[in-house]
Design a protein around this ligand. Structure first.
Ligand code: BEZ
Length: 208
């Protein structure tokens, strides 16, 4: 059965490029960006690993730890990281899970047999400090992910948690946000003393 938003992220023990981890302990009080890729020494994956590494400060400033996974070994990951660093001009330090037995990939439904029986598709799980899955995305093997969107959705989730708001289409930080319909006008006046705009009773926007 596939994992859904709101589920607890399955815990696991695994070897990674930075040593053995217990996943929940490793997340600790941070958020996690857990992403799978089909295989080491492949072109699209190389660019994704490089991009994640280049964005290290962006992830850290949001309290998010990246962690990759493919169904290869630690020894293969380590050799490949050298090539990622070389070709993508970076210094990759986040862990990559070695999952040659497919144990973790299967627990996270990252194996889509019509694509491959042995390689993971490009899955993303954004996991919060309570170990709750807050977002899932699945991309095919041939399409590299958009890391601006990954950072944007982390910003939207964290802003939503902080202000109890929702975010409109194409929102980016600084844009107006939406007051959820579950919040009465009276409660909205208390929560947002700066005032809000009512376009329809169900569509109220506010600057935060
Ligand atoms: C790639 O990373 O380039 C890739 C991996 C598996 C299938 C297709 C592309």
């Amino acid at each position: 059965m596939s994992l859904r938003i709101g589920d607890t992220a399955p815990n696991f023990d695994a070897d990674t490029t930075t040593g053995p981890i217990n996943f929940h302990d490793w997340i600790g009080d941070d958020w996690a960006f857990f992403f799978s890729h089909p295989a080491d020494f492949t072109p699209v994956c190389t660019t994704e690993m490089g991009r994640t590494s280049q964005l290290a400060e962006q992830f850290a400033s949001r309290g998010v730890k990246p962690i990759g996974l493919s169904t290869d070994t630690v020894a293969e990951h380590v050799k490949w990281i050298d090539e990622v660093n070389d070709t993508q001009n970076t210094n990759l330090v986040f862990p990559i899970v070695a999952d040659a037995t497919l144990t973790v990939a299967k627990a996270y439904d990252m194996i889509h047999p019509s694509e491959s029986e042995t390689a993971a598709v490009r899955s993303v799980f954004i996991i919060d400090p309570n170990k709750e899955i807050r977002l899932t995305m699945t991309y095919p093997m041939s399409v590299g992910r958009n890391f601006d969107e990954i950072l944007r959705v982390i910003d939207a989730l964290q802003t939503g948690d902080k202000y109890k708001i929702a975010t409109p289409a194409d929102w980016t930080p600084g844009d107006d946000v939406i007051i959820p319909p579950s919040v009465s006008d009276a409660d909205a006046k208390t929560a947002f003393p700066q005032g809000f705009e009512t376009l329809r009773p169900y569509l109220r926007t506010v600057k935060i």
